[in-house]
Design a protein around this ligand. Structure first.
Ligand code: SD4
Length: 291
């Protein structure tokens, strides 16, 4: 029985282990990915996702998350949500709706409250301390503050052939209040179609969204490119376009999997990712930019 899960960054490992246990037991990919992402959100030591996430300019933890079901193309997403424990679960819940599937800020918080989601102060002492230090450092050295951001993004395939994709992040460190990156935006931070495969991105959202990169990877897999070819073609084309038209490209990485459980990765930085399939135990890999 074939199943698989691929995820961005090493921080996804514990979650991928948990998600794999469910997929191995023939659970639905939707449940496995939710559990896997919750694991990352709940861990205060992963400072760019969920609890203990990186604060914005005002010292508030504003979170973005999204969920997509590749069987029926349902999408749910939240952006700039504060003080809720598991943004991924709110996004997944929103994906059941016909209308109002992507909610931001207060609207997302009202929805979460009225649907029984648990409130939690997501700012830890550690993330507050980091924010204070960063503020001083930026002021002292006149730096661009937006450093040290990572998103957990995953694509999962279950034994019935159903695929899902999901993301969760606190976005850029010291971002402007209300800033939203690629992660909750369909086609940019994530995309999946169970008839083809799925993809999810991480890196500088402002650049990733200029290439609708997750949709592009899925589109290329539909044209029969392997996941590895699709990831490389989409990422390097966007990278080269940004360099040509704008003089520089930000950090960008993408992982993808097709509905056969074959996977691919591409990056323009040094990037860690996690794969687990019916053939591979959960493993952390490192990818680099091609010469
Ligand atoms: C964002 N793409 O908000 C996210 C951040 C990220 O590696 O993934 N950084 O732009």
């Amino acid at each position: 029985m074939k199943w698989g899960i691929i995820a961005t960054w090493r921080m996804a490992l514990d979650g991928v282990v948990e998600g794999s246990k469910l997929l191995r037991k023939e659970e639905l990919s939707g449940n496995a990915i939710e559990k896997a992402i919750q694991c990352v959100e709940n861990n205060p030591y992963y400072t760019s996702v969920g609890y203990g996430g990186l604060p914005n300019e005002q010292g508030e933890v504003e979170l973005d998350a999204a969920y997509m079901d590749g069987d029926n193309l349902s999408i749910g997403a939240v952006a700039g949500i504060k003080d809720f424990e598991n943004p991924i679960s709110i996004a997944k819940d929103l994906s059941k709706n016909r209308f109002n599937i992507f909610l931001v800020g207060k609207g997302a918080e009202e929805y979460a409250t009225s649907n029984g989601f648990k409130r939690k102060n997501m700012l830890t002492e550690e993330s507050k301390r980091k924010w204070e230090e960063r503020k001083k450092e930026v002021y002292r050295n006149n730096l661009t503050p937006y450093d040290g951001h990572d998103t957990v993004g995953m694509v999962a395939l279950d034994t019935k052939g159903s695929m899902v994709s999901a993301t969760s992040t606190s976005g850029l460190f010291m971002k402007k209040r209300g800033r939203v990156g690629d992660s909750p935006i369909p086609g940019s931070g994530f995309y999946v179609n169970s008839e083809i495969g799925g993809a999810t991105a991480t890196g500088l959202g402002e650049d990733l969204m200029k290439g609708c990169i997750s949709y592009e990877v899925v589109r290329l897999m539909k044209e029969d490119y392997t996941p590895q070819q699709a990831a490389e073609m989409a990422l390097y084309e966007l990278h080269n376009n940004l360099e040509k038209k704008r003089g520089k490209a930000g950090a960008m990485s993408i992982v993808c999997m097709n509905n056969k459980g074959e996977w691919g990765v591409a990056t323009n930085v040094k990037f860690s990712f996690v794969v687990s399939t019916s053939k591979i135990e959960p493993t952390v890999f490192i990818a680099y930019m091609e010469d």
